[in-house]
Design a protein around this ligand. Structure first.
Ligand SMILES: [Zn+2]
Length: 264
């Protein structure tokens, strides 16, 4: 599943491609026909993201709210675009580029004030300037749930997925099963600062970069074109720092990865 940096990159890209100009919006597949008709031909004002949610703001107060879920993707091409291939939920065509959205979990038109309802369910997003980590700490410090689960809970922190979750805990030597109530405020504060930096690098470079240069050797990444990681999808392999076998287990439906020696 795309993590928050991907959505912020898409917001920047769409802003650059379509911002401040009218666009042609359609739903070749038909499932978003009414929504597309509601914004078709309108001025695309702005794009922004909060966690894994993307918002396209149109003139006239309408907003297209998108969540990619597990399978959603945008693909872009210079105009003129060819005939739609596959199940294209939404096609946006601007002056120079067009983009096709396939397979999102959410693609709906809402009114500007309804954005508040969406973000009310979300914790602070480390990539937003208005992020307030104190609200995340308030939730974590009172919770007996594990820090591994809390970091993935979008209502605690918005935008963190399994790679950043696993790698952040490793970088801070924190066992994923440690309850929120056993976290020290300084540990959380250090993790948040690191997370903001790591996710900014993700936006800038278009990929997750989490392994420090001094550990960036040894076993390759877990797959072609995938990020090099300390523990994510490295179960059974040697920890890049201490050599112990990386462990894995399922937690709340997602796989955890951690080093039993480095993370206490
Ligand atoms: Zn280790």
């Amino acid at each position: 599943m795309p993590e928050g940096h991907t959505l912020h990159r898409l917001a920047r890209l769409h802003q650059k491609r379509f911002g401040r100009a009218p666009v042609v919006v359609s739903s070749p597949q038909g499932r978003f026909a009414d929504g597309a008709a509601a914004v078709n031909g309108q001025l695309f004002k702005q794009a922004d993201a909060w966690g894994k949610h993307l918002f396209h703001h149109y003139d006239g107060g309408r907003v297209v709210h998108i969540h990619l879920g597990l399978y959603g993707t945008f693909t872009e091409a210079p105009v003129p675009l060819g005939l739609p291939v596959g199940q294209v939920r939404m096609r946006i065509v601007g002056a120079e580029y067009g983009t096709d959205l396939r397979g999102p979990t959410v693609c709906e038109v809402i009114a500007e004030p309804e954005i508040a309802d969406v973000v009310a369910r979300l914790g602070p997003d480390p990539l937003r300037k208005d992020a307030d980590p104190a609200s995340a700490w308030a939730r974590i410090s009172k919770s007996r749930r594990s820090i591994g689960a809390l970091l993935m809970d979008q209502s605690v922190i918005a935008g963190v997925g399994n790679v950043y979750r696993s790698e952040l805990l490793f970088r801070h030597h924190i066992n994923p099963y440690r309850p929120g109530t056993h976290m020290a405020q300084a540990e959380f504060s250090d993790m948040w600062t690191d997370l903001v930096e790591l996710m900014k690098v993700g936006v800038r470079r278009g990929k997750i970069v989490v392994v420090r240069p001094e550990h960036d050797h040894g076993a390759p990444s877990y797959g072609p074109g995938r990020p090099r990681t300390y523990v994510y999808r490295r179960a059974g392999e040697a920890c890049r720092v201490c050599g112990a076998g990386v462990r894995t287990a399922e937690l709340e439906g997602r796989n955890l990865f951690w080093c039993p020696d480095c993370q206490v």
